[in-house]
Structures are given as C-alpha cells and as structure tokens.
Ligand binder design. Structure first.
Ligand SMILES: NC(=O)c1ccc[n+]([C@@H]2O[C@H](COP(=O)([O-])OP(=O)(O)OC[C@H]3O[C@@H](n4cnc5c(N)ncnc54)[C@H](OP(=O)(O)O)[C@@H]3O)[C@@H](O)[C@H]2O)c1
Length: 252
C-alpha cells in the first residue's frame, strides 16, 4: 500500500451505516467515520434528542428502527433503499442486554436478544452485502463483547447471542473476502456508556470489575472508534474474519 499515513485511514466517498449510533460507542464510531470523510447514516431504535444531536454532528439524516423486531430491521433497510443509499461500510453496533440469573430463564428475553444481536446482523448483512460485492469494495464490522470470550454468569443469553454473531462474522468473512468485502468483529471490554452507568454506581462492584482489567482502567467510546476506523479504511484491507479485542486485556 502506498500513500500518506493519513490517506491510509481516510474513507472519503464512502457511505456508512452505523446501527445504534445515537449514543455510546456507535455515536463515537459514526463521528470518527464522518471526520475521516464518510457520509454517515446515524441510527437509533426511536426518534430522540440524542439521535437528532448525533445526526447533526455528522451532518446526517437519522434512520429509525427497533431491531428487536424483524419489522424494525426491515424499516431500516427500507429507509436506506428509499434514500437510494447502499452503505459501503456497515457497522452493526446496536444491541440489547439484560442481566438474567440462572433460574430466571425467559423465552421472550431470549427471542428479543437473539433477534437484535444476531438475527438483525444476519439480515442487514444479507441485505447490504450484494451491492458491496458488485462494487468490489465493502467493510462490515460487527460489534461483539468481551463476554463472547469470557463467561459472565448473569449475561449468559447476551454472551451466546454475541458468540453466534461472531460465527456469522467468520462465515460471511470467508464468503465475501474474494469479492473485496471484509467482515470483522470489534470486541469491546468495559466501556463507559449509558449501558453500564447504573451497574457501575456500586463502588464495590466497580472496583471488582476494574481490577479485572489488566490496563487498570475502563475504556471510553473513543477507544473503540480508532479500531473501527482501522477495519473500515484501506489500512485494514488485509484484515478479514478476526475478533479484535478492545478490552484493555480483559479478555485474557
Ligand atoms: N459499553 C460496554 O461496556 C460494552 C461492552 C461490551 C460490548 N458492548 C457492545 O457495544 C455496542 C454498543 O454498546 P454501548 O454501550 O455503546 O450501548 P448504549 O450506550 O446502550 O447505546 C445503545 C445504542 O443502541 C441503540 N439501541 C438500543 N436498543 C435498540 C433496539 N432495540 N433497536 C435498535 N437500536 C437499539 C440505542 O438507540 P436508542 O438511543 O434509540 O435507544 C443506542 O444508539 C453493543 O453492541 C454492546 O453490546 C458494549
């Protein structure tokens, strides 16, 4: 690869859809892709001030769809089609999770998490990868979790949906690589977002979690954004089918 260091990481002329980008990690990834030159579609489960603000940051029009239902997933696909957008970069970041103790198994919760965290990823890749193949350029980044590598008893369902998503990632990676499309999984550790604010309010629990992170501190959403840009840009063109832990070593 030739050219400047900066050019390696530019994504000018590319269009990106980042699911779950109204807040947290997805918002930071959307902002970073936008700063690196992409036109970004920002997505949330519903209309909200956070979604409007995130979209404004990227100069984007928001896309809405609740991924816990197949209809919500189709709404996202339909909106993109109506706007004539075929994303070159697809970041599958939105997910749902609930702490469930053994003995509290709940069929509805299983369906909800499997639909949002695994089935939605399958459907969105199925919908958007053909245009990437035609263009012979595409980047698909699934967002997993350290829990797909490291068991967490109260997140058994969530961990299983993320591990299944990794299996999809590996299979799609092998299928799509010959067509110029890379598929990889970015695996966050504990990143300070709305998702874990409540759980980390308990000082003893917070210290227990922090002390299990080899670098000794919690991650920020921006820690995931650089890794996403690597996978999305030409700098990452030879990376296919990996799990990239952004965990401060917590997966070890
Ligand atoms: N934070 C961590 O420590 C951590 C650790 C491991 C893995 N991860 C993974 O990283 C990703 C981002 O996590 P985060 O902490 O940034 O999450 P977050 O702060 O909770 O934000 C979640 C985002 O997903 C959207 N979303 C939530 N439910 C949805 C639904 N049913 N349909 C469509 N979109 C929905 C939200 O949209 P609304 O604003 O509309 O609700 C929001 O944009 C997730 O895949 C998560 O599993 C996070």
């Amino acid at each position: 690869m030739t050219g400047s260091i900066e050019a390696m990481f530019r994504v000018d002329g590319r269009t990106a859809l980042v699911t779950g980008s109204s807040r947290g990690i997805g918002r930071e990834i959307a902002r970073t892709l936008s700063r690196a030159g992409a036109s970004v579609l920002v997505h949330g489960s519903r209309e909200s001030d956070a979604l409007r603000e995130a979209a404004a940051e990227c100069g984007a029009v928001p896309v809405v769809g609740d991924l816990t239902s197949p209809q919500g997933v189709e709404a996202v696909i339909r909106t993109c089609r109506e706007r004539g957008v075929d994303p070159d970069i697809l970041v599958l970041n939105a997910s749902v999770q609930r702490y469930v103790e053994l003995g509290e198994f709940d069929e509805a919760e299983f369906q909800r998490e499997f639909q949002a965290n695994t089935a939605a990823s399958f459907r969105l890749i199925e919908a958007f990868s053909p245009a990437m193949r035609e263009k012979r350029w595409g980047r698909i980044i699934t967002v997993g979790s350290v829990n797909q590598l490291r068991p967490s008893p109260r997140l058994t369902l969530y961990s299983a949906t993320k591990a299944a998503q990794m299996s999809l990632t590996a299979n799609f990676a092998k299928t799509l690589a010959p067509h110029g499309v890379t598929v990889n999984c970015l695996v966050p550790g504990v990143i300070l977002t709305d998702r874990n604010t409540e759980a980390l309010k308990d000082a003893a629990y917070r210290e227990k979690v922090r002390s299990a992170i080899p670098v000794g501190f919690f991650g920020e959403s921006s820690d995931c954004a650089g890794a996403a840009l690597l996978l999305a840009s030409d700098a990452g063109r030879y990376i296919a089918g990996i799990e990239l832990p952004v965990t401060g070593g917590m997966h070890l």
